[in-house]
Design a protein around this ligand. Sequence first.
Ligand code: ZN
Length: 313
Amino acid sequence: MSFSSEVKAELSANISTSRHCQLAELAAFLCFLGRVDEDKKGGVSLGLQTENAAVQRKCFTLLKKTFNIDEGALPLCYEEGKGHTYVNLTENSSEVNKILQAIKIDEKEGLKSAGEKGVNPLLIKNACCKRAFLRGAFLCIGSMSDPGKSYHLEFVCTHKGSAEQLKELIQGFEVDAKIVIRKKYYVVYLKEGAGIVDLLNIMEAHISLMNFENYRIVKEVRNSINRKVNCETANITKTVNASSKQIEDILLIRERYGFQNLPDNLRVTAELRLEYPDATLKELGQILNPTVGKSGMNHRLRKLSEIADRLRD
Ligand SMILES: [Zn+2]
């Protein structure tokens, strides 16, 4: 199972106990995936467009709890062309109206308008209801990448208004969310590991949160080891590069000038460098008796380099 579906499985098992929260989540389902159809006799039916069984099940659970509506004997699911599954929720017009009223859907403007502009803010006034709404939204239009690979969580909205509402809702919890337009969709997304942790917490997906953190820890340890290795490699390269230039200078001096003509301290340093090409300046200085500090060694090698430069001229 992908990490995203693990989160969804956890969210679909989380049923709010308060009616206000149940309605808020139901509103998310209906605004993002719901559809009201009129029949020839002027009656209306309510359904969901989703092939996601977890969403279908949870929607029925919420309808049962809030309106005592059963799945009943309706023709539940049918395919509507490619990749479109429609689930009939109720064909009873008075039930449909009751539901739409409870989730504060304007009778004239209807579900479509709520899908475009976002839900009535009164419905998600409480923090608990905001959490429930986000749970519903993630189940309907959310997904996230495997934290072992990258940190990315997104909600794919078909309308700008509902995307803005989602973004503001998430930002209201002090989590940074952005919107990017992808093809004809408005995608609300989070890119930071810390933000995703916060959002999982807000949606009350606590098991997924722990799993996500485990991935994060493993990744961070691995990154920190890589950083150290890279840093050490860089230092070694630096030492080797400096050393090979010094050796080049020293060999030139030996050939054209002769070690015997150098002052003692420079001669000893030159011989030592040839003997220990990989040693750092600090290590070289410690071999000498009496020992010489790093800056002292640096000074001596610079002198040698100046002599070599003069010889080159
Ligand atoms: Zn609530």
